[in-house]
Design a protein around this ligand. Structure first.
Ligand code: EPU
Length: 437
């Protein structure tokens, strides 16, 4: 297995380009199954999750070709609406195949995903939406069997106890494309990734109203066709680089981020006294010279609220800022696997149910040690900690990071960071892990 070695303490300077959004790409790749014609999707990030989705698409019968490293040509002329456990167990986002199968063929058989380290992640709202459309839903041998031969457009309230659901909205939206008449989804997710999906579907010929709002109106049973689409930039990757710039007291320019990172994030950064500016074209400039950052209170919420996918990174940032910060997780109440690891580096963070109480300090430096990455965003938070820690940080299970950050280490190294990827076995032999213990 690979591990990352980071020598902390370097200021980051220069320009970095964010990749296409993983969370926009995954449902859009699934949506290519809605038509038998060819779709070309550009700016798809080269990530392990994307490669898994490509394998799944091929597995169900689609022909997928790489035009180049970031452009996919997909033709789903002849597909079978079934996704087996082997595919789904590796990536929860493969549940968004259900909507595409239903919208195209009126039938879906997808293995139910198992547990997830960041929280329970049920799919009851997806099921509720399918049932409202008139589908028969049944669980058989671990598969969610959905039969929607005669789906009829209707009014669906899709909000749950944690607010809207991103993948649930994508699923019900795609299923509704196969229903007779008009469907209205109330309390729909309005994340930029859902907007991108809607714009893609429109290019395929779908009639969708209310894009970017919490109420989507979908006209079903229109003939969908092939199209060409460019995926939006990854706002979470951009937000992670903002944290990296601030934590290392650097000056960096972040490009390629077509959707805005989000007002809630900038609002917090302003409150913290950070000098971060986003320009009309999406370019972000982080200049942390002469700044004195302040502690903050952050509550994660569905868009346009503060994104849960930046919570871990901000916990790291706030642990290096004087004062007490409180970070409350309202999407995944238990998504705090990074906190014990940060505390092992010398951070002072207390967990109280779904709140992290951070006693931050700019004087008490984090110190490098061996760390265990537990999920994608927790990995990013540990990399950030390593970037500003004293001495050497070794991060195990970095495959979590590879699911969602394309060339993260190369990009950080180009900004001046000192990071290398090593084979765990080699490190044990050559240097001994006591180096970082
Ligand atoms: N929820 C339900 N019932 C459902 C669906 C969701 O109660 O049927 C709950 C969830 O348990 C959670 C909340 O609603 O508490 C929101 O979940 P949502 O369905 O919006 O999450 P998701 O669609 O499974 C996507 C992203 C996540 C991101 C969340 C929240 C993709 C592939 N994944 O997940 O991204 O954290 O939205 O914004 O788009 C990541 O990239 O690291 C990641 C985990």
């Amino acid at each position: 297995m690979e591990i990352a070695r980071i020598i902390g303490g370097r200021e980051l300077h220069g320009e970095v380009f964010v990749s296409g959004s993983k969370n926009a790409s995954l449902p859009i790749l699934a949506a290519c199954l809605l038509t038998s014609e060819e779709c070309i999707v550009e700016n798809v990030p080269d990530l392990s999750d994307i490669r898994l989705m490509v394998d799944i698409l091929r597995n169900v019968g689609a022909i997928v070709e790489y035009v180049d490293a970031h452009t996919l040509r997909i033709c789903a002329a002849d597909i079978t609406p079934r996704a087996p456990y082997d595919a789904v167990k590796q990536m929860r986002a493969s549940v968004c195949l259900m909507g595409a199968f239903l919208g195209r063929m009126g039938h879906s058989s997808v293995s139910l995903p198992g547990g997830c380290v960041i929280g329970q992640r049920p799919i009851d709202l997806h099921i509720k939406g399918f049932k409202k459309l008139g589908c028969a839903v049944d669980i058989q041998n671990g598969y969610l069997e959905v039969k929607g031969g005669n789906m009829i457009g209707t009014h669906i309230f899709l909000g749950g106890r944690y607010g809207s659901t991103v993948t649930g909205t994508a699923n019900v939206l795609m299923a509704a494309l196969g229903a007779r008449g008009v469907t209205v989804i109330e309390s729909a997710a309005c994340e930029p990734e859902i907007i991108d999906l809607c714009l893609f579907l429109r290019k395929q010929g779908a009639a969708i109203g209310g894009i970017g709002t919490n109420t989507l109106t979908i006209v079903g049973q229109r003939k969908l066709h092939g199209c060409r689409h460019r995926i939006i930039g990854d706002r979470i990757e951009a937000g992670t680089f903002i944290c990296a710039g601030l934590m290392t007291k650097g000056c960096i320019t972040i490009r390629g981020n077509t959707p805005k990172v989000g007002g809630a994030v900038y609002d917090k950064l302003e409150e913290m006294g950070a000098n971060v500016k986003e320009f009309e074209d999406g370019t972000i400039v982080v200049d942390s010279k002469k700044q004195k950052l302040r502690s903050a209170e952050i509550i994660t919420l569905p868009y346009p609220g503060f994104p849960t996918d930046l919570q871990a990174q901000f916990c790291t940032l706030l642990s290096c800022i004087d004062g007490i910060s409180v970070v409350s997780e309202r999407i995944y109440p238990g998504r705090f696997m990074h906190i014990p690891e940060l505390n092992r580096m010398g951070a002072d963070i207390m967990l109280e149910e779904s709140h992290a109480i951070i006693h931050g300090s700019s004087k008490r430096k984090l110190t490098g040690t061996q760390l265990m990455a537990s999920d994608l965003r927790a990995s990013a938070a540990l990399y950030l900690a390593g970037l500003c820690a004293e001495n050497e940080t070794l991060i195990h299970r970095v495959y979590h990071l590879d699911r969602g950050y394309e060339q993260f280490e190369e990009k950080l190294c180009n900004l001046g960071a000192n990071i290398e990827r090593l084979q765990e076995a080699n490190l044990t032999k050559e240097e001994g892990l006591q180096r970082a213990s």
